[in-house]
Design a protein around this ligand. Structure first.
Ligand code: FES
Ligand code: FES
Length: 215
């Protein structure tokens, strides 16, 4: 009997304590609403106009974005390929003012005002560029992944030769008035920044020679 009275007493005390807690919570003053701070976001990118294959593109791009990513992800020109993304394979080669560069290493914001030419911009309408035709004639490719870079590189390389630029294997670098002889070794050296994992090098060299001999 005594135990039952103790249990009832204990239950009453617990109920009372819960009730007090609930009431005191209700009576607490509501937290003041904090005004939402005005957040000024950092600029999302720079406004640039890039001339790509003769067309001007108004773009807002972050300073860290490369020409290759602009071409492939923003413009939809996927001919230039991302092989290594480290300047080692040449699959991303494009022309900037006629000179070849690895577009994976070139920050796009730096090229406002330059003329960027990709593999898509080499042909004249339905007529292929002579280097494109020569690659087809000489089977200068297998899977084709490196080919757009190889062709852009070859186009600029032939201009370098025509301008008398020497390479590391050029024998006569004194008499620059004599036209450079484009030997196989010259072609291989000058195209050594463009790797082909299919090993289509004999066809690539033959294609470059074909164009050089027809000029
Ligand atoms: Fe640019 Fe390889 S993807 S050099
Ligand atoms: Fe396949 Fe060159 S053709 S990587």
């Amino acid at each position: 009997m005594i135990n039952r009275l103790k249990r009832r007493k204990f239950g009453q005390l617990m109920f009372l304590s819960t009730l007090i807690t609930m009431v005191s919570d209700r009576l607490k003053p509501a937290k003041a609403q904090q005004p939402t701070p005005e957040v000024s976001l950092p600029a999302q990118g720079a406004e640039v106009v890039l001339n790509i294959n003769g067309t001007e593109h108004n773009l807002t791009i972050e300073p860290r974005v490369t020409i290759l990513d602009v071409l492939r992800e923003r413009i939809g020109l996927t001919g230039s390929k991302k092989g290594c993304n480290h300047g080692q394979c040449g699959a991303c080669t494009v022309l900037v003012d006629g000179r070849r560069i690895n577009s994976c290493l070139a920050l796009a914001v730096q090229y406002e005002g330059a003329e960027i030419t990709t593999i898509e911009g080499l042909a004249s309408g339905e007529e292929l560029h002579p280097v494109q035709t020569a690659f087809i004639n000489n089977e200068g490719f297998q899977c084709g992944y490196c080919t757009s870079g190889q062709i852009c590189s070859a186009v600029a390389m032939l201009d370098e030769v025509a301008a008398g630029d020497a390479s590391i294997v050029t024998e006569n670098i004194i008499d620059l008035d004599t036209p450079l002889e484009l030997t196989d070794m010259e072609i291989r050296e000058r195209m050594s920044g463009n790797l082909c994992r299919c090993g289509a090098y004999p066809g690539i060299v033959a294609a470059v020679k074909e164009v050089a001999s027809s000029e």
